[in-house]
Ligand binder design. Structure first.
Ligand SMILES: NC(=O)c1ccc[n+]([C@@H]2O[C@H](COP(=O)([O-])OP(=O)(O)OC[C@H]3O[C@@H](n4cnc5c(N)ncnc54)[C@H](OP(=O)(O)O)[C@@H]3O)[C@@H](O)[C@H]2O)c1
Length: 175
């Protein structure tokens, strides 16, 4: 059994993960319920992968690094080395992730954003999509998915409502 890669992400009804200027206030202000399924997801993973822009957002907005108990990889061409919490990585992300999947461990959380996610989608590397839809039509911003993806067939395994959020949980059908 290889480890699964999950995408757990919030998205507007029209498919944006952030406004162009990285504004996420619209997402943070949604009236949810409890922690909106976050702990249930977080307890299944031991590793995160994120892009540098998402990392920068987290570092600017969080008081403490939010995933201190996980192994965290930040993909970037502009920074090297590591901090107390993350390793900066600049290798082929697909090959890197495939190698991780062969190692012992829990699930891997593809945190985002869509810059780094694109490589995963193009290679059909996401095993589970947990997409939490917010009640907004933003009109513009950073889209979750870029263009020219292969067709990926999914199986809906669950839906959950958390107040004004709807969580859609899919598994990729592997042929
Ligand atoms: N709604 C949500 O739940 C959610 C979730 C995650 C993120 N976000 C938001 O989405 C925005 C992120 O935007 P984004 O999608 O444009 O950025 P991103 O994917 O987080 O980061 C893009 C950057 O990551 C690095 N990168 C990407 N692919 C790489 C690769 N294959 N190899 C090496 N480095 C790679 C590059 O950094 P360098 O330029 O340093 O090389 C690139 O500029 C932020 O505002 C964030 O807060 C929202």
């Amino acid at each position: 059994m290889t480890r699964e890669v999950i995408l757990y992400i919030g998205v507007s009804l029209d498919g944006y993960i952030a406004k162009e200027d990285d504004d996420l206030q619209w997402l943070e202000e949604v009236e949810g319920e409890g922690d909106n399924g976050y702990t249930a997801m977080y307890d299944t993973i031991d590793t995160t992968i994120m892009g540098k822009r998402t990392y920068d957002y987290v570092m600017e907005h969080a008081v403490d690094f939010p995933y201190p108990d996980k192994k965290n990889y930040v993909f970037t061409t502009s920074e090297q080395g590591s901090t107390d919490y993350v390793d900066f990585v600049n290798v082929n992300v697909v090959a890197f992730t495939k190698k991780l999947k062969e190692q012992q461990g829990a699930k891997i959380w593809m945190v985002g954003g869509s810059g780094i996610l694109d490589a995963f989608v193009k290679e059909n590397l996401i095993d589970e999509y947990i997409i939490t839809v917010t009640p907004h039509i933003l009109g513009s911003g950073i889209p979750l998915f870029k263009e020219n993806n292969p067709q990926i067939n999914l199986e809906l395994v669950n839906t959950k409502r958390y107040g004004q959020f709807v969580e859609l949980h899919y598994k990729a059908k592997k042929c």
